[in-house]
Design a protein. Sequence first.
Length: 395
Amino acid sequence: MRYRIETERENLFDVNMVIAMRVRIEGEIVFEQLEKAFRKAVASYEILNSRVVIEDNGDAYYVDCNDPASSFTLSGLGFEELINANEKVRFKIEEGEYIRGFLSPEGLVFLMHHLGGDGKSFLYFIESFMRIVSGEEPSFVPFANLRTEDLPDNSRLPYLYRLFVRSWNRKWLKIRRVFEFGDMERAFGDFWKTHKTKIVIEEYGKEQLDELLSMTKAAGCSLTSYLTAQWIKGMPCKADVGYAVDGRLDDVRTMGNFATGIHINYRYDPNKSVCENALRINALMKRKLSDPRCLYSVLHLIGGFDPALIDTLSLEAAGYYHTKTTARFADVMNYGRKKKDLSITNLMRADICTDYGNLRIKDIAFVPPVVSYGRNLIGIITVNDTMIVTRHVYK
């Protein structure tokens, strides 16, 4: 295999690019059985049997890896403790390490580097894993991702945006350098000497969730827009809110990077109710989601810039690499002094089976990474009759 890392390039050098999920299980589980199922699940996905290489010209690729380093272990640590312990240990994507799984006192905990896939991909992996635990044999799942040439024709960047990309590529060409895994290692190590993240988890049971859904349905807004209004209510100025969006072009149930995103700028109106503000937020979101140029613009931009220039965004944000040019570029791309106030990923009702023979998934908590362009990362997921909302921030 040999697949170019293109629209997902911003994930390569970011020092915090690990998605976490906690899966609480009803039923008796045995570690040895889980570890064996984990190895089978990893072997069934082509992307998880790859490693990342960076070539001399700066291009990066997924290539075959005969002995991928993903692992499943027994741990006495809780969910947040596992995240804090592992955020300081870099995923060796150059050795095919994309997932670390744990049997912990709080349930099954999985940590995945974003280059292994997006949030929905992670759910599909967990479903495959649980099916194997219950006795099923896995099928091989080929690699898939989004390339700019695959994106809809009507999503092409407007002319001024294309000029913007060419302008920054010309500026970068004067000082261009290629970053290697040694740079990644040093940037990661220096950053985590002085950083630690904190997670806040809220659970909404059936009654609370039903009440929220009834209220938002009556108001004519989405649950995501209502929660956004609640969260920005106390902000004194206009909020910049980003939303991760599933960019799949068809109903492909595989692992890969299909995440795109939109963002809105909105000042909460204290003279109106939360629902009235949510309706306005909802309208802004729908307008962006219905326009292919807005929906896929971030993927076109990432794919259009020189790959090594994209790497500087994360390295500038981590304090590892700095020039006047790349600092200005980081500011323009929200990786500098100004970042998203909120970055929200709602995986909605999990699109996977919850019953596996004598085992049942009770609920799932989903924690997005504190990416370099965001301050407050929020993950939302609903399983069965429980919605869990997590907030992930730096301490």
